[in-house]
Ligand binder design. Structure first.
Ligand code: HEM
Length: 508
């Protein structure tokens, strides 16, 4: 599409009636309230879980209205597969993603498709996620994971339960900040979250609230929150500027920040501007840890509730790693059962629980719903992953065997989408999967995880998902004999699942 035509498209929120001429065919919740919309039974704190509830009642495509803004939601597997067709649809920067533009600008995650900085940054940064780059990050990931286990050993020895989401957030923030930017937030030396995390949570929560409050009214209706958000954004900028300034005075070893500062585009010779580098660093520090910490936390929750799954995954870790203290990159890639636990956790609670797609041209969705060019819909990944037509009548149950190779091959394409889809899918997918598989392996081998019997899973929403208030009791397991040999590559690969690796992605 010509640049000028793209640039002329309206930005910001486009309510569904502008792009869906037959909107009346799409069901909405009963009891719509004049002026305010579908607010009965909905909460600003749980927009995703409210939408999941409405989805169950209304079917695979439905709509919700908040004030003057109407949104079309899609979760049926057939319709979602159509929306994944890159020749007809593209990423739509809307809702929470667009609301993050003041902080992340034209950084990779929030860039509009037509903005030249997206392609430039994508091409410059993609090699930072190659297999070679991952192998380079692996020892640093291990170092950070050891900080976590030191901390958990101390908590366990003191008879205290561990704060899973809090500690997973420390772990993943340290991992991305050290591997990507050579920066140490000293998260494990603090009793409270680092102020960077507080500021980040503040901006994410604010962006989520803007989804339901019309933007022009936000300064009035959210006066205090708007002030706090400005302070949070200033803090994020200051932190990132300090990280960049310290690197400019030397010290990088070819990490993401070095790429941002020094690498020219291989085709055009262009470089990222200082302002865009600031946006990218904020983007990677946030996108690079928030969703992974949620994924790890949900996986630990399920492992603690399914001791037989934990035992099977642990047996695999002991078989593949033997008595080694520091498993190698390949030994993580071979943990198929652990990986299936992670996939199944991301199926039930994809921590980035939705993504938006817009029509590249006038088209008809599912043969019944005409969409004008630019019209968009939100794919509810958390519901797509529970579509009983794909996942069966027990779709709500946790069962990692859904991801054994045969089951994966038997499912239609585009039914498992925790990392989004197409050209704008997650650039950090392998990074997150490697980090999370490594950490789950280390934790399973070291501890028995005991749930708090009174805990019922509550899911906190701040654009991303996190199990709220999850604490686990730990018991140290006897160490695997140091001399015990790991099973050599090949022998351990006879398990039923697909090996993890760039050449063997999950169903996508
Ligand atoms: C389990 C962990 C993760 C999940 C579930 C996840 C999920 C996603 C999803 C769904 C998208 C697409 C959003 C959309 O279409 O609007 C995305 C994009 C992105 N993610 Fe992730 N992500 C994870 C980890 C990471 C990590 C570790 C990094 C960086 C190290 C990262 C960096 C990004 C970036 C930069 C984008 C934008 C890509 C583009 O548009 O070019 N993510 N992620």
């Amino acid at each position: 599409m010509a640049e000028t035509k793209e640039a002329a498209r309206p930005r910001g929120f486009r309510s569904a009636e502008l792009g869906w001429p037959e909107l009346h065919r799409i069901p909405h919740p009963p009891r719509r309230v004049p002026l305010v919309g579908d607010v009965l039974g909905a909460s600003v704190r749980s927009p995703l879980q409210d939408s999941m509830r409405f989805g169950r009642e209304l079917g695979p495509i439905f709509r919700r209205r908040a004030f003057r803004n109407e949104i079309v939601f899609v979760w049926g597997a057939d319709l979602a597969a159509e929306l994944a067709d890159e020749s007809r649809f593209a990423k739509h920067v809307g809702l929470g993603v667009a609301n993050l533009r003041p902080v992340a600008g034209d950084g990779l995650f929030t860039a509009y498709n037509h903005e030249p900085n997206w392609q430039l940054a994508h091409d410059v940064l993609a090699p930072g996620f190659s297999r070679e780059a991952m192998e380079g990050y692996h020892p640093m990931m291990l170092d950070v994971a050891e900080r976590l286990t030191d901390h958990w050993d101390r908590e366990q020895a003191a008879g205290r339960a561990v704060d899973v989401p809090g500690d997973m957030t420390k772990l993943t923030l340290e991992t991305i900040s050290r591997t990507g930017f050579g920066h140490d937030f000293a998260s494990f030396e603090r009793s409270r979250p680092h102020p960077f995390v507080d500021a980040m949570v503040g901006t994410l929560t604010y962006a989520q609230r803007l989804n339901v409050v019309p933007v022009p009214l936000a300064p009035l209706l959210l006066r205090g929150a708007t002030r706090r958000n400005a302070a949070d954004m200033a803090y994020l900028n200051r932190t990132v500027d300090a990280v960049v300034a310290s690197r400019r005075s030397g010290g990088g070893e070819g990490d993401l920040l070095d790429r941002m500062l020094e690498t020219a585009h291989p085709g055009t010779g262009e470089r990222l501007t200082p302002e865009n580098i600031r946006r990218q660093v904020i983007t990677f520090l946030i996108a690079g840890h928030e969703t992974t910490s949620g994924a790890l936390s949900f996986a630990l929750h399920y492992l603690s509730r399914h001791p037989e799954t934990a035992a099977r995954a642990r047996a695999e870790v002991e078989r593949v790693w033997g008595g080694t203290d520091r498993p190698g990159y390949e030994q993580v890639a071979r943990l198929r059962h652990v990986r299936r636990v992670l996939d199944e956790s991301l199926r039930l609670w994809p921590t980035a629980p939705a993504f938006a797609r817009e029509a590249r041209h006038d088209t008809v969705l599912g043969g019944v719903h005409p969409m004008r060019e630019g019209a968009w819909a939100l794919v509810l990944t958390a519901m797509l992953h529970r579509d009983p037509q794909v996942w069966g009548a027990d779709a709500e149950e946790f069962d990692p065997d859904r991801f054994d190779a045969k089951a994966v091959r038997a499912r239609p394409a585009h039914t498992f989408k925790p990392f989004g889809t197409g050209a704008r899918a997650c650039i950090g997918r392998q990074f997150a999967l490697h980090e999370a598989t490594l950490v789950l392996g280390l934790l399973l081998r070291r501890y028995d995880l005991r749930p708090d019997p009174g805990y019922r899973l509550r899911v906190a929403e701040r654009l991303t998902l996190m199990p709220e208030g999850l604490r686990l009791h730990l018991e140290r397991r006897p160490p695997v004999a140091p001399g015990r040999e790991a099973i050599p590559a090949g022998a351990a690969d006879r398990g039923p699942g697909p090996a993890l690796g760039p050449g063997n992605p999950p169903q996508a």
